[in-house]
Design a protein around this ligand. Structure first.
Ligand code: ADP
Length: 669
């Protein structure tokens, strides 16, 4: 647990790149190890299991060959018994006549030399009491009893031919045929892995035997038994035939691929398994495991087994005598080395391919990881730029690395952030200006109210004084100036009241286009408009608005006169109307005049703001316009570029069904 935590902490302290590399490495390694294990397991299962299956079939072939040999012995003995009138010879004791039996006996240990058709190592005729009448391979010895021979005994009892593999003592074997003496001498070779047998040499021999009953044809009585057989010890005919039939003598690295053996007890008496010095491993012993299983438990064995000096894939099957007692073992096996080599070769190929694949996967993933990290760094730079206020920062979309989705999303985010920011700033400016103008309006209204009454007084009393003055009074002139200036003051105060939204006349449904036309008609013939081209583009069928006709006319008059002023009598005045957003009619008044200085633009709607010479402008025109538009719940904005002209954009809410004016001042924003 502790180690795991330490490992985790270490891992997470590494930078992303190393973590990615380690992650990829672990993933590819795990995949590689898993792939290798699975393929090794599959190869093991398929290859070795296949071979084991094959060996299991091979033992059946070996059994067939073994039994075939016994049958062959049986038929030779039957043939011998039937071709010569044996019962006659027995009855007549015609020893000379029995001599031809000699022809069935092999003259030498090797079957190919001498008499080719002779296959028997021993052939003996006994009478009905079991006494030996004639021993074909040792005619001098006769008269002894063979009743102790279970095959002879069984044959007499059953009066039927029988055959099996039997053990005979060495003395008996040599008595049957003295030539066999050398073949019976087998020294037991003890090896560390072999089963323990505490004998130095073999004391018995294994013989494939057949017994044939001789019956008197007239009386149908048994008159004797003809018994014979072949000594297996040191006779490799059967095992070599198995090897040739089953394995076709195939070799691997100079060694026999397939081998067969006949064991007597646990000792090899006939085999083509070779020792290191290339001799048949006669006398060597079964391994402990197999001995236990086959000889002790009398069961078949299939599987890997260590045979003499190498591993074989093997099958062992017990050999029983006529009394069903186990006397030996038949074995076939395939050298495992070839399949082991094939298996390892395949495993190495798979490991090679896997390692190669892992390497490629690792390199690719490393490069990919680098790409990802590189792009993350680019993104990080982008976010840092955005965070520091550079909202115009753009990522160039990367088509190759597949990050364009992220890049586009980032750019979209930056764009919308910028839009929001712009909007926020605009709102902020607007709010600040509105607040300022509202405050100014309140102040102006207060001042105007206060001044209006005294002005009224001044005007009243100066008019009374004027009336009382004689026509030729030199004072009249001064009093008239007082009245004139007081009137001007009143006008200014009225302007202030207009700006500060003092209540106005009736609000009635109006057509904007019509009002603009009226205003235009008022000014276009004035001298200052003579050099000005007036262009109007009105959208027809605009919905009506609710408004005070004369106040709105004042708005447009102010705007047109300001425009003419700015153009200094020469230029183009464009008036356009259209349907704007949020159910508002939009009016644009543009000129090609000198424009408004950038630093003045936020102030032009303030009362008394003017750039004109004293006496020429009061700075009240636009503030009155602003006040009137506000009273109509509309908005007015100015856009200007110095030297290029100015555009005033007015939005006025359209009339509602009940002719009420919108409550909300922001409807047209
Ligand atoms: P006044 O015309 O008496 O100066 P206004 O309130 O009408 O007062 O205008 C304020 C200022 O706004 C003007 O002095 C001028 O600098 C600027 N202005 C208004 N309209 C325009 C325009 N169409 N072109 C350029 N400047 C303008």
């Amino acid at each position: 647990m502790k180690i795991k935590n330490i490992f985790k902490r270490r891992l997470f302290r590494l930078d992303l790149q190393s973590r990615l590399a380690i992650g990829f490495l672990v993933a590819t390694c795990l995949t590689g190890v898993f792939a290798t294990l699975v393929s090794t397991w599959t190869i093991n299962r398929n290859t070795i299991a296949e071979v084991q299956n094959r060996v299991r079939q091979d033992i059946n072939t070996a059994k067939l060959i073994y039994n075939n040999k016994i049958e062959q012995i049986q038929s030779v003995i039957q043939f011998t018994a039937e071709i010569s009138d044996l019962q006659d010879l027995i009855i007549r004791h015609d020893e000379y006549g029995l001599g031809y039996m000699w022809g069935q006996i092999r003259k030498s240990v090797k079957p190919s030399s001498g008499n080719d058709h002779a296959i028997l190592d021993m052939l003996t005729l006994v009478d009905v009491s079991g006494r030996v009448l004639y021993r074909a391979a040792n005619p001098q010895v006769m008269g002894d009893s063979l009743l102790h021979d279970s095959l002879v005994k069984k044959c007499m009892e059953m009066k039927k031919p029988i055959a099996s593999t039997e053990l005979m003592s060495l003395r008996e074997i040599v008595r049957e045929n003295p030539v066999l003496a050398p073949r019976t001498k087998i020294d037991i070779v003890k090896t560390p892995l072999a089963a323990e047998i505490d004998k130095e040499r073999i004391t018995e021999g294994m013989v494939m035997k057949a017994a044939y009953p001789v019956i008197d044809r007239n009386t149908n009585y048994l008159v004797g038994v003809l018994v014979g057989g072949v000594l297996i010890n040191n006779d490799n005919e059967i095992v070599d035939r198995v090897k040739e039939t089953v394995y076709h003598g195939e070799k691997y690295k100079g060694r026999e691929m397939g081998v067969a053996t006949i064991f007597q007890g646990g000792v090899r008496i006939s085999t083509n398994v070779m020792t290191k010095d290339n001799k048949r491993a006669i006398g060597t012993i079964l391994s402990k495991e197999v001995y236990e299983r086959v000889i002790v438990e009398e069961k078949d064995w299939a599987g890997r087994a260590f045979v003499v000096d190498d591993w074989y894939i093997t099958t062992y099957t017990p050999i029983f005598n006529i009394d069903k007692k186990i006397i030996g073992v038949l074995y076939t096996g395939i050298l495992e080395a070839k399949y082991r080599d094939i298996k390892w070769e395949m495993i190495w190929i798979i490991i090679g391919i896997t390692v190669y694949g892992m390497l490629i996967a690792f390199i690719i993933s490393l490069r990919l990881g680098n790409n990802i990290i590189e792009r993350i760094k680019i993104l990080k730079r982008g976010t840092e730029a955005i965070a520091s206020g550079n909202l115009d920062y753009k990522l160039s979309p990367d088509k190759v690395s597949g990050f364009n989705m992220l890049d586009e999303a980032f750019n979209d985010m930056a764009r919308s952030l910028k839009e929001h920011n712009d909007q926020l700033q605009k709102m902020h400016r607007h709010l600040a200006r509105t607040e300022k103008l509202t405050a100014m309006g309140e102040m102006a209204a207060g001042v105007a109210h206060e001044i209006n009454n005294p002005l009224g007084g001044i005007l009243l009393y100066s008019s009374l004084v004027l009336e009382d003055l004689p026509q030729d009074s030199p004072m009249r002139d001064n009093i008239q100036k007082i009245i004139y200036q007081t009137n001007r003051c009143k006008e200014i105060v009225q302007g202030l009241l207009d700006f500060s939204r003092t209540p106005a006349g009736d609000m009635v449904p109006l057509q904007v286009n019509q009002i603009i036309n009226t205003s235009l008609n008022l000014v276009k013939d004035q001298a200052m408009f003579h050099g000005i081209e007036i262009k109007s583009s009105f959208e027809e069928n605009l919905p009506e608005i609710m408004g005070d006709r004369s106040r709105l006319e004042e708005v447009f008059l102010n705007l047109f006169i300001n425009a003419a002023d700015a153009m200094n009598g020469k230029g183009k005045l464009t008036i356009a109307t259209q349907m704007g957003k949020n159910d508002c009619v939009r009016i644009l008044v543009s000129d090609t005049g000198k424009g408004v200085d950038k630093e003045f633009l936020p102030h032009i709607f303030e009362p008394f703001f003017t750039t004109k010479d004293p006496g020429r402008g009061t700075g009240l025109g636009l503030s009155i316009v602003y006040g009137i538009i506000k009273r109509h719940k509309g908005t007015i904005e100015a856009e200007s570029e110095q030297g290029r002209g100015t555009t005033f954009v007015i939005n006025l809410p359209v009339r509602k069904n009940n002719n009420s004016l919108a409550q909300n001042e922001d409807v047209c924003q």
